[in-house]
Ligand binder design. Sequence first.
Ligand SMILES: Cc1cc2nc3c(=O)[nH]c(=O)nc-3n(C[C@H](O)[C@H](O)[C@H](O)COP(=O)(O)O)c2cc1C
Length: 193
Amino acid sequence: MDMRARTDHPVLDAIADRWSPYAYDPRPVSTADLCSIFEAARWTASSYNEQPWRFIVVPREDEAAFANALDCLVDFNKGWAKDAAVLVFAVAATHYQNNGKPNDKSQYDLGQAVAQLSLEAAVRGIDTHQIGGLFADKVREVYAVPESFDVICGFTLGYAAAPNEGGPEGRTRHPLAALVFGTTWNEPADFLG
Ligand SMILES: Cc1cc2nc3c(=O)[nH]c(=O)nc-3n(C[C@H](O)[C@H](O)[C@H](O)COP(=O)(O)O)c2cc1C
């Protein structure tokens, strides 16, 4: 399925090939793939190596549990996520375990863990689509997430069934020069030419 990013500079295949589908073929993701995908998250770098991420994983095979998980999403996301093989909720610790202080890097660490697992999935031909549009309070209630963790995001895992509207040309990004500065704010870094 051609949704590969048209990058301006060469990048790893996994990065170019990762995209967020809106149509899923409901076939399951194997246990071996699931283990490797979360193993990839496990080896993510984190502040003080606290590994502040936790994942709640709901495969569609358990129909009742999957329906409950879908109910935690806003309607728009429910509409496309319903065919995914797996729905996951990603939560982050509010405090460092080593000193009890607020962990203001935990959401960064969690995001990095999801990025890392997304690339492991992409290499395996498995697609991910992250979901900010959810009811965090409902996720907390349904899965008894303790107050010491914040519910941050959800994501699907599965096999895309169709390219997104617009195809690869519809995938756009800001130019590097708008994102990467030298020592003056908003001025592109010299190496960008
Ligand atoms: C934190 C986060 C939250 C997102 N929330 C949603 C969402 O609620 N619904 C949705 O359809 N896509 C959501 N997305 C997917 C983005 O829209 C998508 O990653 C972006 O448009 C870039 O497309 P690509 O992932 O195919 O490169 C989210 C992505 C991230 C990283």
